[in-house]
Design a protein. Structure first.
Length: 340
């Protein structure tokens, strides 16, 4: 697993007025990296590539440093009450990534420098809902671990939530860069969920992310550091031999996770896609081995009347039964937060 090193870094002029913007600029100034200033992190030009494959590849090597202006938090069910972003986009190249259709033709990676303002807004939201506990998801538009070595923003957020008795943070990641987070005073108010899949799925479809072993090792370190821990097994695929694949995943997990965290949880999400996502995936990964055959799937209407293709009843039920059985066998004390 290689740490993210962009080919080019674009700075919003406004971002350079913040200490984090300056810190990132200093970091890259001595390196062989193209540096430019831009007007807005929402309108970025100058990323090479006309063809979808090339523009995707180049965008994934482009870092944009900006100021997050909209501080209105969206709801985030079923994972949390609200979501907030320290970054948007991710250097990973997962073929099925749900962000494929969200970030335009050039899905460059954005990091935000006004972390204090974002966390102030989080605090206001927590206070407005007292005495309820408010939970925030920090990974719904990005993988914050992938850029943490450049920003340190997740560490700041974890420490902040440690001071908020009525706030909780949830983070999902496919990256294993957890070392700088292990010593933080998190007060068990941040829950990490490592996103896992079978070794075959990770190898074939989750490019530029941490390997299966690296993620399991990271989970062990987070657990030892006292963080609440869970796993998101997603997307679940019913491919030939998937039963053995998922059984192997759980046996490896059980072998390596010592001690088993007391509050271990699983979130289980089956694969689904929209026609638009399929078109984008086929443009960016023309030879993809992903199963995107809508004739074998069940149509369901999602938000805004969008059709999503879910597994048919037989595959869906078989995946559900298998995963529930594996969790009962290997981690009988764990909770299953949802299967969808
Ligand atoms: Fe998308 Fe997550 Fe993969 Fe990044 S790591 S490409 S956010 S699925």
């Amino acid at each position: 697993m290689k740490i993210f090193q962009p080919k080019r870094v674009f700075f919003e002029e406004e971002a350079l007025k913040y200490p984090l913007g300056e810190k990132i600029l200093n970091h890259f100034q001595s390196q062989d990296v193209e540096i430019r200033t831009i007007g807005s992190h929402n309108r970025v030009t100058g990323i090479p590539g006309d063809k979808p494959q090339q523009s995707y590849r180049e965008a994934k090597q482009t870092l944009v440093v900006g100021v997050k202006r909209s501080l209105k938090f969206d709801t985030c069910k079923p994972s949390a009450d609200f979501e907030f972003s320290l970054s948007t986009g991710c250097p990973g190249g997962c073929e099925y990534c749900y962000l494929q259709t969200h970030l335009g033709r050039k899905p460059y990676i954005r990091v935000y420098v006004n972390v204090d303002e974002i966390l102030e807004k989080v605090e206001d939201t927590i206070n407005a809902r007292l005495p309820e506990t408010t939970t925030f998801e920090a990974a719904s538009t990005s993988d914050p671990l992938a850029v943490e070595h450049l920003t340190g923003s997740l560490a700041k957020a974890i420490t902040f939530f440690g001071t908020q008795p009525a706030g909780k943070l949830r983070v999902v990641t496919k990256f294993a860069f957890v070392e700088p987070l292990l010593h933080l005073d998190h007060k068990r108010r941040t829950k990490f969920r490592l996103s896992l899949n079978t070794e075959e799925i990770i190898r074939r479809f989750e490019h530029n992310t941490s390997s299966f072993e690296e993620r399991i090792m990271a989970a062990g370190k987070l657990s030892k550091a006292g963080y609440p821990l869970g796993f998101i097994i997603a997307p679940l695929f019913a491919y030939p031999g998937y039963q053995e694949g998922y059984d192997h995943l759980f046996s490896k997990l059980a072998e390596n996770l010592h001690p088993i965290p007391p509050d271990l949880s699983f979130e289980l999400i089956t694969h689904r896609f929209t026609q638009r996502a399929k078109n984008v995936i086929l443009e960016r990964f023309p030879g993809t081995g992903l199963d995107l055959d809508e004739t074998k799937r069940r149509r369901k209407y999602g938000q805004y009347g969008l059709v999503k293709y879910f597994y048919n009843e037989t595959d869906y039920s078989a995946l559900k039964e298998l995963l529930f059985n594996l969790i009962r066998t290997y981690f009988p004390q764990a909770s299953i937060e949802y299967f969808t």
